[in-house]
Design a binder for this molecule. Structure first.
Ligand code: 5GP
Ligand code: ZN
Length: 114
């Protein structure tokens, strides 16, 4: 996708602070962190959202969750705990239409999901 911010970050056209990368995913620090650890995990391939994923993406989606856990280990927030969030659509305030997981940790979260 030519005009997608996260595709540009995945391609290295826009700089980001990389935390983890493999053939399928990139993890980088959120530009406006909501917690001491706030890392975004994105597929390198453009997928708009969960609604846009296909059967053939199943392995990729599972890999994203495993990458989120890898990031949590690398950031030393497994013992303290962490939250994985994915906003989908307007009511959830998804602002970037390229599938991503937020990995949040380093502080106690509120009891609600938001
Ligand atoms: P959403 O609101 O779609 O769930 O999450 C998008 C996230 O991308 C937001 O938390 C926002 O701070 C982050 N973000 C937006 N633009 C950039 C950018 O250029 N670089 C980085 N690292 N994060 C960004
Ligand atoms: Zn994209």
């Amino acid at each position: 996708m030519n005009d997608c911010l996260f595709c540009k970050i995945a391609a290295g056209q826009i700089p980001s602070t990389k935390v983890y990368e493999d053939e399928q995913v990139l993890a980088f620090r959120d530009i406006a962190p909501q917690a001491p650890v706030h890392v975004l995990v994105i597929p390198k391939k453009h997928v708009s959202g969960w609604y846009d994923a296909k059967d053939e993406d199943d392995a990729l989606l599972a890999h994203m969750m495993r990458a989120a856990a890898t990031v949590a280990k690398m950031e030393n927030i497994v013992d303290s705990g962490f939250r994985v969030v994915s906003n989908c659509g307007a009511d959830a305030q998804q602002t970037v239409k390229h599938l991503h997981l937020h990995v949040l940790g380093g502080r106690a979260m509120a009891g609600e999901m938001a």
